[in-house]
Write a protein that binds this ligand. Structure first.
Ligand code: MG
Length: 275
């Protein structure tokens, strides 16, 4: 045992003796305990909401697109929500100018959530984000933000590179419901992409007729494949669908971490037979 190993062993021993939250998982990896064991059971009866014992998605290295390093460009039929210049298409929750600052071509989370002035139903969204570097905090406190369709259905944004949290709360999760199929996270500070394919829920007679569906590519890797949302995203809860309009705004979350966003565009999707 060298000096560093001895120091690590002493630290671990002291932490265990002190009752720190350490939890030994299969695979002999010693990790901090994360998540909850007193939350509602998800359908299927296997896992609780934010269950820390739910298997961690495998860590993979995403494909490198040939455009890596350069800011991409929206397709010609997209609504460009942010092209690096200003936040004119964004607002606060009560309709005032967005509090997010533009720095080096990126929108930086700060001063509260930011919402699109436009509203969308079924749509394709491209959004790029970078977690703060150097990383600060851990678990849900590291690089937390989120993309909320209709201000309700969250795709989690989190620094999930060497940062364990409950699987249904990591980057690319349908927050509180489904972990991503794999963890395709890049390092903090690196630009990551979400390509979102969203089908809005349909309501009839005050009830949900068909749920919201999400297909998501994280850094070019499929992490959700037409997966139904169980309802709006909640913390430690399973909220139920409540009827809402056919279109709604997109919200980006300010969770107290200066997460950056760039190259944001949306393509509203029509049905095959719509003119
Ligand atoms: Mg979040």
């Amino acid at each position: 045992m060298n000096k560093n190993q001895l120091a690590a062993a002493l630290l671990l021993g002291a932490a265990v003796a002190g009752g720190a939250c350490l939890h030994v998982y299969a695979g002999n990896a010693t990790q901090r305990k994360v998540g909850y064991q007193d939350t509602p059971m998800l359908p299927g009866g296997k896992w609780r909401v934010h269950d820390g014992q739910r298997p961690q998605p495998a860590i993979i290295t995403p494909a490198v697109p040939s455009t890596q390093g350069a800011v991409g460009k929206a397709p010609s039929d997209a609504v460009v929500l942010f092209d690096g210049k200003d936040t004119a298409r964004w607002r606060t929750g009560d309709g005032k100018a967005s509090t997010w600052k533009v720095q080096d071509g990126a929108m930086v989370a700060g001063g509260g959530d930011t919402w699109t002035r436009d509203e969308f139903g079924d749509c394709q969204i491209h959004i790029e984000w970078a977690a703060p570097n150097p990383p600060r905090g851990r678990d849900q406190g590291r690089g937390n933000s989120g993309v909320f369709l209709f201000g309700r259905y969250e795709i989690q944004v989190l620094d999930s590179y060497n940062n364990i949290t409950y699987p249904d709360g990591q980057a690319g999760s349908m927050y509180g419901q489904y972990p991503p199929l794999v963890n395709a996270s890049l390092k903090p500070g690196e630009w990551q992409t979400y390509d979102i394919f969203f089908t809005a829920p349909r309501f009839k007679d005050g009830k949900v007729e068909t749920p919201a569906y999400l297909t998501l590519m994280h850094n070019g890797v499929l992490v959700h494949n037409h997966t139904p949302y169980l309802g709006p995203s909640g913390h430690r809860s399973l909220p139920e669908y409540r009827p809402h309009a056919a279109k709604g705004p997109i919200k980006l979350q300010d969770h107290g971490n200066p997460t950056r966003f760039r190259n944001i565009w949306v393509r509203p999707l029509k049905s095959y037979d719509e003119p």
